[in-house]
Unconditional design. Structure first.
Length: 234
């Protein structure tokens, strides 16, 4: 079993949205998936209440209970445990990091988010956990050109010592619309750009989870040309 912790010290980065979309992508790929919600707001649990399908297991979890639940999930044959954490550096987040095989730190391309993720990344790295940064709510390309804020954000994240996922999530209405219906973008608009982004990101995350320690790409980019075309950018 692999454990993915989705982290961000700052609220509003889209951490829960990412966790939900990756959970559904993993389930559709045939993995037995459990999503545990450590956030006091329990947004993932609320999404599960809205969902009519019974394919995704989402459980609220009290602080301090993660290690025990992880062991139970392993015994039950769960393939992937995703931990949706709260926007703090409290003990429950530290436990999520300790339990994780991979820590996905979510950030939007703005000053305040980038400043906040530094502490999260440093904490994960202090426990020798692999950190990958996922850029979320990035502005779409215009006339084939990347917004300067994206390049600046990628450079800032690389400087923190983690790997920047080569597929980020653009600012797209499909993410918010789908979650409000108890769905994800892959289901709400299966042929849409958001669905393509998530599919590509999941493949990359899965590869990182399965690798003992994947090497850092020599020339990483925010979104590969193939993925960008698949996502049908603006």
């Amino acid at each position: 079993m692999k454990t993915l912790a989705v982290l961000s010290r700052k609220g509003g980065t889209g951490k829960t949205t990412l966790a939900l979309h990756l959970a559904v992508a993993a389930r559709k790929a045939g993995l037995s998936t459990l999503l545990v919600d450590l956030d006091r707001q329990q947004s993932s649990v609320e999404w599960r209440r809205l969902r009519t399908l019974g394919d995704i297991v989402v459980e609220p979890l009290k602080p301090g209970a993660l290690f025990t639940r992880q062991q139970e999930a392993r015994r039950d044959g769960v393939d992937l445990l995703i931990v949706d954490t709260g926007p703090t550096l409290e003990a429950d987040v530290e436990q999520a990091i300790r339990c994780a095989d991979l820590c996905a730190v979510v950030s939007r391309p703005n000053f305040f988010d980038l400043k906040a993720v530094a502490d999260t990344a440093a904490l994960a790295q202090s426990f020798h956990r692999e950190v990958v940064f996922v850029l979320n709510q990035a502005p779409p390309r215009r006339n084939g050109h990347e917004n300067p804020a994206v390049g600046e954000a990628v450079a800032a994240l690389r400087a923190l010592g983690g790997v920047v996922a080569p597929i980020g999530l653009r600012s797209r209405v499909a993410y918010q619309q789908s979650v409000a219906l108890g769905m994800v973008a892959q289901e709400h608009e299966p042929e849409g750009a958001a669905a393509s982004e998530i599919a590509a990101l999941w493949r990359w995350v899965e590869a990182r989870l399965q690798a003992e320690r994947a090497p850092t790409p020599q020339t990483p980019t925010f979104v590969s040309l193939a993925a960008e075309r698949a996502a049908r950018p603006f």
